[in-house]
Design a binder for this molecule. Structure first.
Ligand code: IFM
Length: 453
């Protein structure tokens, strides 16, 4: 049944959650920073990909984006003014290494040092994502994540960052959404670098996961008291009908979409069901890799957006099921199903099936076609989305889930990858021609909620 704002749980309040609950927003470097060629930054795969005609729906790039590189103080002020206690951001690897000098770029490091100091000065706990998709192009030119040597380059980068910022950052996320890095980047080609090969995608995925596993002990060695995890994009998977064929399709889809990551991270290796289906397309796994990937983490980050409904697609590649979009579901303007219950189902499943320990919702948000009118953005649908997801999270916690924090995606409207600037996810509206920031109704609600009003 379609949910409407009349179903809003009016009584949700901050005091329903633990007093040390982490309330934050998430951002990522390429989506907000701009300043693509400033202070020694070199091109990333996203600069290259977005410059290719037809790859980004509105023909845009992240070259300017929200110009956060120059507006960072104002942006941190916004987060502080919302009353948040945490801020999740990512570091742009191409600001740190340029492929020419072996030494890290002092100006790049200085930017993030200022940024982190700015967070701490505003009472915002820094949550640092080390990789959110912006691989330096010079590394892609040497084979990118398909090349096992990239794992070592990643560790070199992580070593520099954690030595430099580890005195102030205690929360580290090795990778954001390896599914997207691997599959959108290399299977369906929707993201940079734009390849279309499943075996390539699976090998990339393996190297990304390996780099995670090998980075965890390195971060711990460099940062006393570090809390380290990874952020996965996970989806509850529903069969489109009661038929055994759709149930089997849902199981196959879940094996690749969710269990391909969870099983290997939690010590079970890649799911046998999926391995049997991919056959010779399976990645090359070297001795010791699976043990490295299964390193114990301090938390799991879950990025939740929507459930996926799948039906059997007999003519497709065996692992692929057809995703369908039932008409009776409420959707955002991006077409993504709005399902707070899906978040509860997902978090409970993850905690039931794996020894995940602490969970953080490291992303959750919605895209609507917002408009700035008379100086305000009235995004009631996003506000209601937020209220209903926080209520769902409260219920999941009451049911025993160890959810310790929530990061709304996102602080600002930003460059939404293949969609360019056509999709707005922000709690703050960006008027791109002027770079003016306007906190939306949803951001004002989140602020009032977090402040306990
Ligand atoms: O914008 C992205 C983000 O970079 C990763 N998670 C999903 C968001 C919305 O698509």
């Amino acid at each position: 049944m379609t949910k409407t704002s009349t179903d809003l749980p009016m009584a949700i309040q901050r005091s329903d959650f633990a007093s040390d609950f982490v309330w934050g927003v998430s951002t990522s470097a390429y989506q907000i920073e701009g300043a693509a060629a400033v202070d020694g930054r070199v091109p990333s795969i996203w600069d290259t990909f977005s410059a290719r005609p037809g790859k980004i729906r509105d023909g845009s790039t992240g070259a300017v984006a929200c110009d956060h590189y120059h507006h960072w103080e104002e942006d941190l002020d916004l987060a502080q003014s919302m009353g948040l206690n945490a801020y999740r951001f990512s570091i742009a690897w191409p600001r740190i290494f340029n492929g020419v000098d072996a030494q890290p770029n002092a100006k790049g490091l200085a930017f993030y040092s200022r940024l982190v100091d700015g967070m701490l000065a505003r009472g915002l706990q820094p949550w640092c994502t080390l990789y959110h998709w912006d691989l330096p192009q010079y590394i892609e030119d040497q084979g990118g994540w398909n090349n096992r040597a990239t794992v070592d380059l990643y560790l070199q980068y992580v070593d520099v960052i954690t030595r430099h910022l580890g005195d102030r950052i205690k929360h580290w996320i090795t990778h954001n959404e390896p599914w997207c890095t691997a599959m959108h980047g290399n299977w369906d080609g929707m993201h940079a670098p734009g390849n279309k090969s499943l075996p390539l995608a699976l090998q990339v995925c393996h190297h990304v996961l390996l780099s995670h596993g090998r980075a965890v002990p390195l971060i711990r060695a460099n940062v006393p008291g570090a809390k380290v995890g990874i952020a996965l994009s996970l989806h509850p998977v529903e069969p489109a009908s009661d038929s055994p064929a759709d149930a089997a399709a849902a199981s196959r889809h879940d094996a690749l979409r969710n269990r391909w990551f969870l099983d290997v991270l939690y010590g079970r290796g890649y799911p046998a069901e999926a391995l049997a289906l991919v056959g010779e397309d399976a990645p090359v796994v070297m001795p010791g890799d699976l043990e490295a990937i299964a390193v114990q983490c301090d938390f799991l980050g879950v990025n939740y957006y929507f459930p996926e409904v799948v039906q059997n697609a007999p003519d497709e590649y065996p692992l692929r099921a057809e995703i369908v979009y039932p008409q009776d579901r409420q959707r955002t303007d991006f077409g993504w199903e709005v399902s707070p219950q899906g978040m509860v189902t997902l978090l409970e499943r993850v905690a039931r099936d794996y020894l995940v320990g602490d969970l953080y919702v490291t992303e959750s948000g919605s895209s609507y076609d917002d408009h700035l009118e008379h100086g305000a953005v009235i995004d009631t649908q996003r506000r209601d989305y937020l209220i209903r997801h926080l209520a769902a999270m409260r219920d999941a916690i009451a049911g025993g889930s160890r959810i310790k924090g929530y990061f709304a995606w996102s602080l600002l409207d930003n460059f939404e990858w293949a969609e360019g600037y056509l999709r707005r996810f922000g709690l703050t509206y960006i008027d791109y021609p002027t770079q003016r920031r306007i906190i939306k109704q949803s951001g004002q609600w989140y602020s009032a909620f977090v402040r306990g009003h």
